[in-house]
Design a protein around this ligand. Structure first.
Ligand code: AMZ
Length: 300
């Protein structure tokens, strides 16, 4: 049999066929994190308020992040996540102002539990708020805020995997139990229920944190994240455990592999806290790797 002829060179500048079909790959963003406790930038280990490491003035950290040119900054008011009332709002207002001056968008979570507190953050110039506890205690309130503020609400979905393993292997999301109130309480929800309830309310994203990996530098929960991304009809932002550029690279690759149930969903970004703050790698290389560019040591 004659060997197949090579296709003619593309003389009219059309993209190769495999690039032309299917929707464009979704954008994958890096979200450097600043968690604030008693006015200081900290990282907690697995959410434990008694196990914090301090990283100085949050405004200094924010300035460094904004100067890197990154698109997003992720800020959490940890005092407010515990008490339910905004505690570090003035500090966050200053961070939002400097971020906006530098062209970086800000998402804020922790203690956003009422319509007013969400709108106050909107008035400060925050691009979106993260709502965890109240999503599970009063889901219709979160639904109504999401409909009043288009693209302004992310669902905070912070989970622990059940120690007993997967009781229902056909439904791994049911073994991922969601915590609230500073991760000090179980919400009674599992991740599957969260995706079903909030998949269609106009949320900007679901932010899923593996609590047992948060601040641990143990690497992200790739398997759990893939399961969430496959089931979520809104974009998923991964959080917890990132320790190396190779973790960011692996999630960026995963974002292209997972077929999400609807356009615009899938894995859309990763939150990085301790690894950046403790200098495991720098912001420019983290941004490069998240955007899919090759970087030495990222094992792409
Ligand atoms: O580290 C913790 N103990 C912690 C934490 N980082 N507890 C809550 N949070 C964050 C969540 C989410 O961004 O990841 O606070 C936000 C949720 O706050 P609330 O008040 O809506 O549950």
């Amino acid at each position: 049999m004659e060997p197949m002829a090579e296709p003619p060179p593309d003389s009219v500048g059309l993209p190769a066929i495999d690039e032309a079909v299917g929707p464009p790959a979704p954008r994958f963003d890096l979200f450097p994190a600043i968690d604030i406790l008693k006015g200081k930038c900290v990282r907690l280990l697995k959410g434990d308020y008694g196990a914090s490491t301090e990283y100085g003035d949050p405004r200094d950290r924010a300035r460094e992040i904004v100067e890197s040119g990154v698109a997003w900054l992720h800020v959490v008011d940890l005092d407010a996540a515990k008490t339910g009332h905004p505690v570090n709002r003035d500090l966050i207002a200053g961070i939002v102002a400097l971020a906006r001056d530098g062209g970086t968008q800000v998402q804020v979570g922790g203690g956003v539990r009422t319509h007013d507190s969400a709108m106050q953050y909107r008035d400060l110039g925050v691009s979106r708020v993260i709502m965890g506890t109240v999503a599970y205690e009063d889901p219709s309130l979160v639904e109504s805020i999401a409909s009043d503020w288009e693209g302004g609400v992310c669902i905070g979905c912070d989970y622990r995997k059940e120690a007993t393993g997967e009781a229902r292997p056909e439904d791994p999301l049911s073994a991922m139990k969601v915590a609230g109130r500073g991760w000090l309480e179980n919400s009674g929800w599992d991740v599957g229920k969260v995706l079903r309830r909030f998949g269609n309310v106009g949320a900007a994203a679901v932010i899923a944190t593996d609590i047992d990996r948060d601040g641990s530098l143990e690497g992200p929960d790739a398997e759990g994240l893939a399961n969430i991304a496959k089931a979520s009809s809104v974009g998923l932002i991964a959080s917890g455990g990132v320790s190396a550029l190779s973790d960011i690279a692996a999630l960026e690759r995963l974002s292209k592999l997972v077929v999400p149930p609807s356009p615009g969903s899938g894995l859309i970004g990763v939150i990085v806290g301790k690894a950046l703050l403790s200098g495991r790698f720098g912001l420019p290389e983290a941004i490069a790797v998240a955007s899919g560019r090759a970087y030495p040591g990222a094992n792409q």
